[in-house]
Design a protein around this ligand. Sequence first.
Ligand code: NAP
Length: 308
Amino acid sequence: MALLLIRNDKNYEPWIEALKKADSSITVVTPETVENPDEVTMAVTWKAPQGSFADYPNLKAIGSMGAGVDHLFEDKSLPGDVTLTRVVDEKLASDMQEFVSALCLNHIRNLKVYSALQDHSNWKPTPYRRAKEVCVGILGLGTLGQAVGTMLTNVGFKVTGWSHSKKEIENITSYSQNELDAFLSEAEILVCLLPLTEKTQGILNTELFSKLPKGAYLINVARGGHLVENDLTEALKTGQLSGAALDVFNTEPLPEDHPFWNNKDIIITPHIASMSNAASVSSQIAKNYKRLQKGEELMNTVSHDRGY
Ligand code: NAP
């Protein structure tokens, strides 16, 4: 039996090293080194090229090397009968907590405004709001949304969240699927932490923005496909949104001539909110592979039907 790694960037060395360190008994192969495709029972991937799984007839599980799984479903030849898994990692959650908290505080304390004023040696105090006066609404109260929400309540923000099913989380007001409008009406900072699925594709659009309080601030740290880019540009022009921080984009890297680069109301970061690290996630991948070998249930599974 062998564990197959497939990455679009072919950066295999750190993953092979970390998996071997986690469990030296595992045979790890890549599409370039595999000798007998029949031996491969599990593949762990990041953005595998279309059709990558067709050559492995005994594949029983496919795992994402990160928390997001939309890249798995992009492959239309993804076998329907394999178990899908993803990474759920404390480090990923705490990195996301720190990043979103930094952006929320940056926004309410006008740090981007001062950075622009500094370019013109302009000393201009601006009124600010305190965290306890501001409501942050989180779209998606899953692993990362809950972690971020909890940290934001500790910082002092009022926090609400929207998810498919209602949650019971201390100090966070939870809204379910059919309560989106009520949730949006309060969200002065809107954080997107939804998975990218057929239902959430393009959810950050003009109609949704129009239901937010005037001048709301958008933070998208989920996936570029959630955002309708022209609708954001328009909402910033009309003042319906006062600004946005985007970590993820439809095309990554963001093309040099993309209009977002020159939009003074947008903060751009290169998909670094919370990065999967081979050393920190390899032990759970190795454990899952061992479970598969023993015929046990896998951890952190993903639903084919829901797409997350
Ligand atoms: P998760 O645990 O699967 O949570 C997803 C949440 O979204 C759940 O609360 C789910 O509701 C809710 N949801 C899904 N579809 C919905 C719908 N149609 N309507 C309402 N709620 C819906 O995901 P996660 O691990 O927190 O990851 C969240 C996102 O972060 C993903 O898009 C991932 O790709 C992204 N991410 C980004 C970075 C980065 O560096 N920028 C790093 C890691 C992850 P239920 O709980 O009721 O099912």
